[in-house]
Write a protein that binds this ligand. Structure first.
Ligand code: FAD
Length: 476
């Protein structure tokens, strides 16, 4: 009798513990992906929907190479599983756990319901290096501060080695009927805003392994220093692959073992610490499921956001008049991704210079990032806002001109995404509004026409934000 292998945020055959266990059980496997209603699985952003489409195609391709295919079904997971169990006579369902609130709730409910029907259910880890319920402080409480969390993670010993994809799979000879991927309409129609995504991305586990390989070969050496410079393309670009589980953190960790003879240990350590930040975000979300909707620090509940719709629209469109902010927002639109340093700058600008509620920024990122991740996105927005666990203090307000000058000193990043500023000299590229008329003229720029004037004056906006924060401070 078959076992249903339910794929969730683990769209891979490599290091897939549920798959390995299903294979070991000797039963024929029915590989299944369920498109669940948004209300239960969290709204799927448009950019990630594009990714999901291609990722499911890739997974189906890998299964076809093994004489199988992926069964697609939509609906409530419990209903779909129930129907498939009756149709196929399956006696077991295996899957890898999700750690976001809706994923966890669904896990628990399905386990409970299927066990009542005497169906064998087994769930496995693998989305994280460590199960959030296991890595706790000595007092049995969750970690709220990153550094002790990192120490605990180091102290927990090396993560388990990844398991290889089975060379052969015993897939069920009679696979149930599948829905058509096209009918899910995950791709944009008109206009096709994702037309440039393919320049940077190859969804699927092959694409993920290739990104990992090239990063270990070319990017990891020097990562600690280079990772802050958006023009350098010095980071792994693994985040969208991680978001849908096309690669496991254990596989990434494993690729960084035994490299210290080839490159500085500090680079390897720094990269591992970033993987640990993802881990930390998930542990926070697991223990504080309202991370995406509520301020971690309740002091911010009384903060008087301005929430001006025109400001928010200018930010989304990359039309604020601050080139580093605008370049970041246009990179996001063009490639569904933004460099980490620039994410911090644009988030600080939205929250502090424009005083727009961080939740609106979080929602925009969720819709436009191919790597939109319930834990990392919410934790990072709260980190910038100052409302999060172990957050950057609110009064640390990035100056967009200085940030640009420091991290994009020649303006290469800005020029890539803002062609209208391409001819502007490096000393004005981050502050066109201070350039003399003659400099603007020779670069073909007319402020207010070819490129906007700043929508706020940073110095005054900074004071305005600090004053609002002060009121909040005294209110509690
Ligand atoms: P690398 O530098 O190669 O890092 C490797 C991996 O480590 C990443 O793929 C990611 O999983 C993890 N990582 C790296 N930096 C961070 C970080 N600061 N916090 C947590 N994990 C990290 N990341 C997401 O995956 N999804 C999101 O939705 C998301 N939203 C963000 C929103 C804001 C406002 C900010 C400031 C950051 C956000 N990040 C998010 C974190 C970070 O920007 C991205 O993980 C990183 O840019 C991905 O690029 P990379 O894979 O090349 O990173």
């Amino acid at each position: 009798k078959p076992v249903i292998l339910w794929f969730r945020k683990d769209l891979r055959l490599d290091d897939n513990h549920a798959l390995a266990a299903a294979d070991l059980s000797g039963r024929p496997i029915i590989p299944l992906y369920i498109k669940e209603p948004a209300a239960h699985s969290g709204a799927l952003g448009a950019a990630q929907a594009w990714w999901l489409h291609h990722s499911l195609e890739a997974l189906d391709g890998s299964l076809r190479k093994r004489q199988g295919r992926l069964v697609l079904a939509s609906g409530e997971a419990l209903d779909v599983l129930g129907a498939l169990i009756s149709e196929s006579g399956a006696e077991a369902v295996f899957w890898n756990r999700c750690y976001d609130p809706s994923g966890t709730a669904i896990d628990i409910r399905i386990k409970h319901e299927l066990q009542k029907q005497a169906i064998e259910v087994s769930s496995f880890g693998g989305q994280l290096l460590h199960d959030p319920s296991r890595l706790m402080t000595g007092g049995g409480t969750p970690y709220r501060v990153y550094t002790p969390f990192w120490r605990a993670l180091e102290g927990a010993g090396e993560p388990e080695r990844p398991v290889e994809a089975p060379a052969k799979l015993r897939l069920a000879a009679q696979l149930p009927k599948s829905e058509r991927l096209e009918s899910w309409k995950l791709l944009p129609t008109k206009p096709d805003w994702a037309r440039d995504f393919g320049d940077l991305w190859t969804p699927g586990e092959q694409g993920a392994r290739e990104k990992l390989r090239s990063f270990v070969e070319d990017g990891l050496d020097g990562y600690k220093e280079n990772r802050d410079y958006p023009a350098k393309q010095a980071t792994s670009l693994l985040s969208p692959h991680l978001a849908l589980g096309e690669i496991s953190p254990a596989r990434i960790w494993d690729a960084t073992r035994g490299l210290s003879k080839r490159m500085p240990a500090a680079d390897i350590l720094h990269f591992r610490k970033e993987i640990a930040w993802r881990e930390f975000s998930y542990h926070l979300l697991f223990h504080f499921p309202r991370l995406a909707s509520d301020n971690w620090n309740a002091r911010f509940d009384g903060f008087k956001w301005r929430n001006d719709d025109d400001d928010f629209a200018a930010w989304r469109r990359g039309m604020t008049g601050y080139p580093i902010v605008d370049a970041g927002m246009r990179q996001l639109w063009r490639h569904g991704w933004m460099h980490n340093r620039v994410r911090m700058i644009v988030a600080s600008f939205l929250i502090k210079d424009l005083m727009v509620d961080w939740r609106r920024g979080e929602a925009w990122f969720r819709d436009t990032l191919v790597d939109a991740d319930p834990a990392n996105n919410a934790a990072s927005w709260q980190w910038v806002a100052g409302s999060g666990a172990d957050a950057s203090p609110f009064f640390r307000i990035f100056n967009p001109v200085l940030q640009g000058q420091t991290f994009d000193p020649h303006g290469d990043y800005v020029r890539t995404y803002l062609p209208e500023l391409r001819e502007l000299a490096a000393n004005y590229i981050h502050r066109p509004f201070e350039a003399p008329e003659s400099v603007l003229d020779s670069a073909g720029i007319i402020l207010g026409q070819t490129y906007p004037r700043p929508i706020v004056d940073h110095a005054s906006a900074r004071n305005r934000a600090l004053a609002a924060y002060d009121v909040t401070k005294h209110a509690v």
